[in-house]
Design a protein around this ligand. Structure first.
Ligand SMILES: Cc1cc2nc3c(=O)[nH]c(=O)nc-3n(C[C@H](O)[C@H](O)[C@H](O)COP(=O)(O)OP(=O)(O)OC[C@H]3O[C@@H](n4cnc5c(N)ncnc54)[C@H](O)[C@@H]3O)c2cc1C
Length: 400
């Protein structure tokens, strides 16, 4: 491929950019992917895969391998601590709706590794790690990208471009699209430990959102080798104090009290946001994933939404490359933006708000309502269709 003629330039080699490249390749479109980092980032980020995403990855032959590396969770719960009362949702109610009636817990970098391995064997994809896009512009026929790498500054051209360059997207900035929304006040402290909580907390599921009757909240998500715990600063506690090893020990001891300290493998504080652009496409350039929308990780929908974007954006680009008018790309916005807004951002915001509720009486009310839903087959199925992103995926496929 010469430096002037890739059909699609992809900015960002996270899960969304890599999936877009693979799907484009299957559709027969050539792409050149620019990733600023020299290697795949392997930090702890998303770990939940929902049924529609697993079905898409099935089409690329990747799901089996992902299942083998992760942990299948057939239920999830909202719990009270330390009473162990729980509202337990059973995803087997979705057996008629999906081939994958469960959530898979597996680190996102494992998917990225699989995608990269597949991409390396394909002739119509060029991967450029260590290449940072510094500017992007477009005219009626082409997109122009300025790129910095060890080889210095270079200019590339493509017929179309995808901005899959994450929350701080430079592509979004070059398109002049505002990222409207808010940053939440609280900081989540993601912590991992090999401690076996399931041997101490009765009836624990692989996915648990927990109200501490002392006032706070935490969540426990099971990965194959470790538990991933989301913790929060106590009222009045500064973030610096809250992430100190002694504070992490105190918070974990509040979950299961032990005579010895916890082995803590990682501590990662992060801020959460609810933001979205008002259009996903401008001219020959479209945004996907975190570059286009951000949500609270509560419910595990961010990465899934981005992967679903990548799938449908590649499909739309395939249609335009095949002769459909450029405006065909707006169908991608029509399909994906309402779902991001209504099904992902709002649902994640609701999950977060529910778990942040501090008033014991309101908590009890919310909890009892969840228990009623979980105990009624029809209501539980309807709740699970939404929380498992099946409803949203169906809705976007129906959009004209
Ligand atoms: C702590 C944490 C926990 C999370 N938990 C969940 C969860 O449980 N479930 C869920 O669904 N989501 C979760 N998320 C969100 C999820 O990780 C993101 O939605 C997902 O990574 C988005 O993928 P992406 O490819 O759009 O962006 P990213 O993964 O951010 O990838 C963007 C890539 O673009 C590259 N890049 C940036 N700028 C440039 C440039 N100028 N030139 C070239 N390359 C560039 C970056 O290096 C990066 O590799 C979590 C996020 C965090 C931080």
């Amino acid at each position: 491929m010469s430096e002037a003629d890739s059909q699609v330039a992809i900015v960002g080699g996270g899960p969304v950019g890599l999936l877009a490249a693979l799907r484009l390749s299957y559709l027969g479109l050539s792409s050149r992917l620019f990733e600023a980092e020299q290697r795949l980032p392997e930090d702890l980020r998303a770990s939940t895969f929902h049924p529609p995403t697993l079905e898409l990855l099935d089409e690329l032959g990747l799901t089996e391998s992902l299942l083998a590396q992760g942990r299948i969770c057939p239920t999830w719960q909202v719990r009270m601590h330390p009473s162990h009362e729980r509202a337990a949702f059973d995803l087997s109610l979705l057996k008629a709706d999906t081939r994958h009636p469960y959530r898979l817990q597996c680190e996102q970098f494992r998917l990225c590794r699989l995608l990269l391995q597949e991409l390396r064997g394909r002739g119509n994809v060029e991967l450029r790690f260590g290449h940072r896009v510094t500017a992007l512009s477009q005219d009626a026929d082409r997109v122009h990208l300025d790129v910095e790498s060890e080889r210095g500054a270079q200019r590339f051209r493509a017929l179309f471009a995808i901005g899959a360059d994450g929350a701080r997207s430079i592509v979004r900035g070059c398109l002049g699209l505002p990222f409207q929304g808010q940053t939440y006040l609280e900081t989540t402290i993601l912590t991992t430990t090999p401690f076996l909580f399931e041997e101490h907390l009765p009836g624990l599921s692989g996915i648990n959102y927990v109200w501490h009757e002392g006032g706070g909240t935490f969540s426990l998500l099971r990965l194959p080798q470790i538990w991933r715990c989301s913790l929060y600063p106590d009222p009045g506690e500064s973030l610096d104090d809250a992430v100190a090893p002694a504070a992490i020990q105190r918070k974990l001891q509040g979950i299961v009290s032990r005579n010895e300290p916890y082995e803590v493998l990682a501590i990662r504080p992060y801020r959460i946001h609810m933001r979205i652009v008002d259009r996903y496409r401008k001219g020959r350039v479209a945004l996907a994933g975190d570059a286009a929308h951000l949500n609270s990780p509560s419910g595990g929908m961010g990465m899934n939404g981005g992967l679903q974007d990548a799938w449908l954006l590649a499909e739309a680009l395939g249609e335009v490359a095949g002769g459909a008018p450029l405006e065909r790309l707006d169908r991608y916005t029509r399909r994906r933006r309402p779902v991001a807004l209504e099904q992902i951002l709002k649902q994640a915001d609701g999950n977060r708000r529910r778990m942040q509720e501090r008033d014991p009486a309101k908590r009890r009310q919310l909890f009892e309502e969840l228990r009623r839903i979980a105990g009624d087959r029809e209501r539980a199925r309807s709740h699970l269709l939404r929380t498992s992103m099946i409803y949203g995926w169906r809705r976007c496929l129906e959009a004209a």
